[in-house]
Design a protein. Structure first.
Lengths: 279, 279
């Protein structure tokens, strides 16, 4: 039996294996400076941090360790968002020997502390993450300040759950933390409801998710209009009006990377593996 | 810093990532019942056994655990040979904080015991491995007997090194154990001597190895003539007379899998990573 931490790493690897996954690195498409092998090394590097989370270590410390390990390759940020989305689920699965549920994961979110928030901020020092300018008045809590923001977190008594709540309106990963991982669990159902190679099912689920909702990473990286247009084009691909392979080539060429959608698929694959999905 | 066990797992993953690797599964080619994702799950599953070897646990026990973990996917034998070739190197790297050398690895081979041989035999019960009929008089030591052969091993006092020595004339992995991992270290030099994506360098090294020497797995799976012809065709690909991608398509269609050459590349990638190769 694979351990919870092995399933967490395998989910990261299966996510990047799925193809076509328009706009993102997959096993058939990569960028010159951000390659498939960087994602592979990122997933392997994250292992010790994933294991900490499964073993019940504090979530923030586990996240920091996972991100530091993930960053030991030259591609830069490969799975920051995926690990952040996966980690409460990994901790919940580690706590519980029964079936992993949304309530279990929410209980983990609700138990996060100010120290977890501090280590989340410190993780931004390990790797460059594309983020928006903070809203007016939020500059002291700009994640790009890394560990320098810790005194402000402590002064205001903000837990990691509080930090996520403040970003939920503009970041899809934070929104899942707040909404009890609704999209993740629905995507896990979608992966488990079909037959065939797991990586193919993951790629199909990616298209479904992206066709249903704009990707917040594309909003951050470009703007809302681009994100909405990406969703439209993905809907066309899903409905058969556009070859998904063509869309994949186009989005890579345009530098449009629906990263939050990929994060959701990775977390969904973890849930499916924990529920006993075989491959 | 990745641990030795993480480098061992990463080497398995980078090996299968390299493309084109004529005849074998890689990230662009797979068989319907033996897919890229099976190799990914195999590498992740091997982790605990690889960690045991790096931590100094007995080699046979570590191998058995690694193979059991590798087998928790439906593709069957994905990395039996690669793990067998890698493991003495992993144990040597775990013992020594200095540079990993051929002598270190040979010292590990020479320290193997009858108990290691017994667990090696037991590992054949975890997964179907393609092997030759044993030579005349060797039937009691046929690896396909699995644990049933253990009393014979014990009676004759055969260590794992002894077992390997008896197969060295017809199995490339066993030959490396006996020859002090000469090809593995030469292949590691080859991977480290070029620039560019590591997976591309691994694929190039695969071609060089296969062009230089027949693959013993192809001999087992087909016959010597097929193995020699495969080597000829690979030489043509290396010299530019045949597109390696075409050769890859042809060998997959013909069901010719130079698995021992892939095992050598995986072990070479481990050596290169331990020596500090970055990616």
């Amino acid at each position: 039996m694979r351990t919870t931490a092995q399933n967490a790493e395998l989910a990261l690897l299966l996510e990047v294996t799925g193809t076509p996954k328009p706009g993102n690195v997959d096993r058939h498409r990569e960028y010159e400076d951000l390659r498939f092998e960087h994602f592979v090394a990122g997933a392997v590097g994250a292992q010790p941090g994933l294991r900490m989370a499964a073993d019940g270590d504090p979530l923030g410390e586990s996240f920091l360790r996972a991100v530091e390990g993930m960053s030991e390759q030259r591609g830069g940020n490969t799975q920051f968002g995926a690990i952040l989305l996966e980690l409460p689920l990994v901790a919940a699965a580690g706590r519980d020997e029964y079936t992993l549920t949304r309530d279990d994961a929410t209980a983990v979110v609700e138990s996060t502390t100010v120290a977890d928030a501090a280590n989340f901020y410190r993780a931004f020092e390990a790797v460059d993450v594309a983020v928006d300018e903070p809203p007016e008045g939020m500059e002291p809590l700009d994640v790009r300040r890394g560990g320098n923001a810790v005194p402000v977190l402590e002064e205001r008594g903000l837990t990691l759950a509080d930090v996520m709540e403040r970003s939920a309106d503009r970041d899809g990963v934070a929104a899942e933390w707040v909404d009890g991982f609704e999209r993740v669990f629905a995507a896990a159902d979608s992966v488990q409801d079909c037959d065939g190679p797991v990586a193919d099912r993951a790629a199909r689920t990616f298209l479904e998710l992206l066709a249903a909702e704009v990707d917040t990473f594309v909003v951050t990286q470009h703007d809302r209009a681009t994100a909405e247009e990406t969703t439209e084009r993905t809907r066309a691909a899903l409905e058969g009006d556009l070859d998904p392979e063509t869309l994949a080539d186009e989005l890579v060429a345009e530098g449009i990377n629906p990263g939050t959608t990929a994060d959701t698929v990775a977390a969904a694959l973890f849930v499916a593996l924990e529920r006993g999905m075989e491959l």
